[in-house]
Ligand binder design. Structure first.
Ligand code: LLP
Length: 423
């Protein structure tokens, strides 16, 4: 049996397997909590985008905020992907993983001067500029550094992507992007400023999007602007449609990446823009269903109002349920012949918000391992050290072979930079 949305995850007999590796055996070998990713699942997901873009000038820039572990970046770099970064820290990671700075786009509303300098020094492909203020500062920084900054303006197309309010980004009320009706004026400003070169336009309308229409609406808005800006004598080389394609956590049915991309290409063609270089910034859809978080059941605490299953992973390891009330499937790593009961799966952190799943029917006993599915995106990359909990280890599996790609964090390293007051 395979599980919905996670083609490399399968139950055979009593055991849950990820691409030829038994998750329970990995938990015994590497300890828990443990993130486990399938390399093949990541490669397949990226290939779906690349296949659909064959024959077009394009760059798939993995939005690495979804999972910025070096071995994950290395996997995508080896496939020729670029990266969408949002900080100087992410740029350092790309370089450490062997990624090519010339394939990096730098997004984000709050780039610091130091980060701009660092990105110019590394030679990133372009800055996705999100405000007029940022444009002025970028010009100053590039001029002082004796460099030219390639600029794409992130435009806020004001379309509703129909996602959770915390992860919708393309509405007027969001902090992101330059308002559509300010865009032409801002392009004019960009060409008037020194040390800038306009190369593109971009948008990103949200995350966990399960419909194609919002993308087509946003693309139409972008292409309207491209036409206006070019009519003003400013050439636009690439169009970056952003990321945001959703995955299946439970019963969502997002379009396949190939279907989405072919619909976008058809719209480019229909509007006479088929020759343009196309950039995409997918994050979640490349890694989300490639990963699981394996955790061990510590205690079962049946009660009058609720039954609690206390596990060794917590909101610091996987923040999505606590932060967005996100639903993530939970499966036992070894099926048991026990009476299933309804459990709230909670972690050891001292907050009632520290839960991983609510009201799940599970047949479990202390010492069992559970797998939280679809945890490859925004899991480890959002992990914290709250309650002085060291972060989990990570393993990459590939056709029956497992490789440790991040050691479990040592507690001593949590306070190694701290300084006691002098006496
Ligand atoms: N490009 C930009 C400019 C972005 O802000 C994002 C995500 C992406 C690309 C990638 O979007 P994706 O393909 O992963 O949907 N922590 C939240 C998701 C936050 C997304 C923020 N921006 C979650 O766990 O659901």
């Amino acid at each position: 049996m395979t599980l919905p949305g996670a083609p490399w995850l399968a139950r055979a007999g009593n055991e849950l397997w990820l691409d030829g590796c038994q998750l329970d055996a990995l938990a015994s070998k590497f300890g828990t909590p443990l993130y486990v990713y399938s390399r093949r699942a990541m490669v397949e997901s990226a290939m779906a985008y690349q296949r659909a873009l064959t024959g077009r000038a394009h760059l798939v820039c993995y939005a690495m905020k979804a999972n910025s572990t070096l071995a994950v970046l290395q996997t995508f770099a080896a496939m020729g992907c670029g990266f969408d970064i949002v900080s100087g820290g992410e740029l350092e990671r790309v370089l450490a993983a062997g990624g090519d700075a010339a394939k990096v786009v730098f997004s984000g509303v709050g780039k610091k001067r130091s980060e701009m300098r660092q990105a110019l020094e590394a030679g990133v492909a372009c800055f996705n500029v999100e405000s007029e203020g940022e444009l002025e500062v970028l010009s100053e920084v590039a001029l002082a550094a004796g460099k030219t900054a390639a600029v794409s303006l992130r435009v806020n197309p004001d379309v509703d992507a129909g996602t959770h309010p915390y992860i919708s980004t393309g509405l007027k009320g969001n902090k992101f992007g330059i308002a559509h009706d300010r865009a032409v004026a801002t392009y004019r400003r960009a060409v008037a400023l020194p040390a800038l070169q306009v190369v593109g336009i971009d948008c990103h309308i949200g995350s966990q999007i399960t419909q194609i229409e919002p993308y087509l609406d946003a693309l139409d808005r972008l292409l309207d602007l491209v036409e206006e800006v070019e009519a003003a004598g400013i050439p636009i080389h690439h169009v970056d449609v952003g990321g945001g394609l959703g995955i299946t956590y439970t019963d969502e049915a997002p379009p396949d990446a190939e279907v989405l991309v072919s619909m976008l290409l058809a719209r480019f063609d229909a509007r006479g823009h088929g020759h343009r270089k196309i950039l995409l910034e997918p994050g979640r859809s490349l890694v989300g269903n490639a990963g699981v978080l394996v955790t061990e059941v510590l205690y079962l605490k049946p009660g009058e109002a609720k039954n609690f299953c206390i596990v060794d992973a917590a909101m610091n390891d996987l923040m999505r349920p606590a932060l967005y009330e996100a639903f993530m499937r939970i499966e036992p790593c070894q099926a048991r012949d026990l009476m299933p009961l309804t459990w709230d799966i909670v972690g050891p952190v001292c907050e009632s918000g520290d839960w991983i799943g609510r009201e799940r029917r599970l047949a479990i006993a202390p010492g069992d391992r559970l797998a939280v599915l679809s945890a490859g995106a925004y899991g480890m990359s959002m992990a914290s050290n709250y309650n002085s909990r060291a972060r989990a280890a990570e393993v990459m599996v590939d056709d029956g072979h497992a490789t440790l790609i991040r050691e479990r964090e040592a507690v001593a390293s949590l306070f190694s930079g701290e300084i006691l007051l002098g006496t």
